[in-house]
Design a protein around this ligand. Structure first.
Ligand SMILES: Nc1ncnc2c1ncn2[C@@H]1O[C@H](COP(=O)(O)OP(=O)(O)OP(=O)(O)O)[C@@H](O)[C@H]1O
Ligand SMILES: [Mg+2]
Length: 260
């Protein structure tokens, strides 16, 4: 589904009371099924942009549309029906005291009833649900089917992030927001989670915005690369232009963005 952002404005007050206008008349358009990778120095506005899209922050002006549907007046929990999200911290996306099956059932029940909290009873998976979830994990080559009844709090960060990603995509969202979702993982777990990310994004054809500080990921994943600097687009590459980019090009651009 397409994402259209027009005239977006957002700023914040700083220590001392002065105002900093981070986004001024910001514009971004992503066609359906685009996998966009977002890079940029610390504080450039990447997470803020994702928070504004998800509704955790409110835009001060402008419009946000997902497949032509205006989103900006909807609360975050209403937008969650169409938007899946995975954050940087593996502790954020899952409920530690619940098993893998219960977490997946919870993600599924949110899809069915996005406006009401159903209570724990409503998410208790039955035997068929458990089998279904095991099959899903096997089909995605996630080696956790035999741990389906293990509380998620007992899993490693990489395993938890894998489950968060499956949960975020279980409801087949129209838009997937990934905010440094592999940053806390070791290289092996990072590679596994990125492999699963590619698979899910391509299989579901979900429009995706992925924030990363990994130049490797920026060069090797996604069909478009966007560099933010102080709330503005410093670079926007797709297709052949993106394929021609190198580590050196990107480092130079970070350099000109005065990043140490
Ligand atoms: N809720 C908020 N209230 C006030 N200021 C905020 C808020 N959220 C973000 N900011 C400020 O907005 C700026 C952009 O922050 P943001 O978290 O979007 O950066 P980022 O590009 O994600 O950086 P990083 O790479 O470090 O994650 C920062 O200066 C931050 O302090
Ligand atoms: Mg951030």
């Amino acid at each position: 589904m397409s994402l259209q952002i027009e005239g977006l404005c957002w700023g914040h007050s700083q220590p001392g009371g002065s105002w900093r206008q981070l986004f001024k008349d910001f514009k971004l358009e992503c066609p359906p099924a685009q996998f966009l990778v977002l890079i940029g120095s610390n504080g450039s506005g990447k997470s803020t942009l994702l928070n504004l899209i998800a509704g955790s922050l409110t835009l001060q002006a402008g419009s946000l549309r997902l497949n032509s549907r205006p989103l900006q007046h909807l609360k975050d929990y209403r937008r969650a029906r169409w938007i899946g999200r995975v954050m940087q911290n593996p502790l954020d996306g899952t409920a530690p005291g619940l098993t893998i099956a219960e977490n997946l059932r919870l993600a599924e029940s949110r899809r069915r009833s996005p406006f009401r909290w159903q209570g724990l009873l409503g998410i208790r998976p039955n035997k068929l649900d458990v089998l279904r979830f095991q099959e899903l994990l096997e089909s995605l080559e996630v080696p956790l089917a035999d741990r389906i009844n293990t509380p998620v709090g007992q899993l490693s960060g990489g395993q938890r992030q894998t489950i968060s990603l499956v949960m975020a995509t279980l409801a087949e969202p129209e838009l997937l927001l990934l905010d440094e979702h592999t940053a806390a993982l070791d290289p092996k777990a990072e590679a596994r989670v990125m492999q699963l990310t590619e698979r899910l994004v391509r299989q579901l054809r979900t429009t995706t915005l992925m924030v990363t500080h990994s130049l490797e990921q920026a060069l090797n994943h996604g069909d478009r690369l966007l560099m933010l600097h102080e709330g503005s687009v410093r670079g926007d590459w797709s297709g052949a232009e993106k394929a021609d980019l190198s580590h050196t090009n990107l480092r130079e651009l970070y350099g000109s963005a005065k990043v140490s």
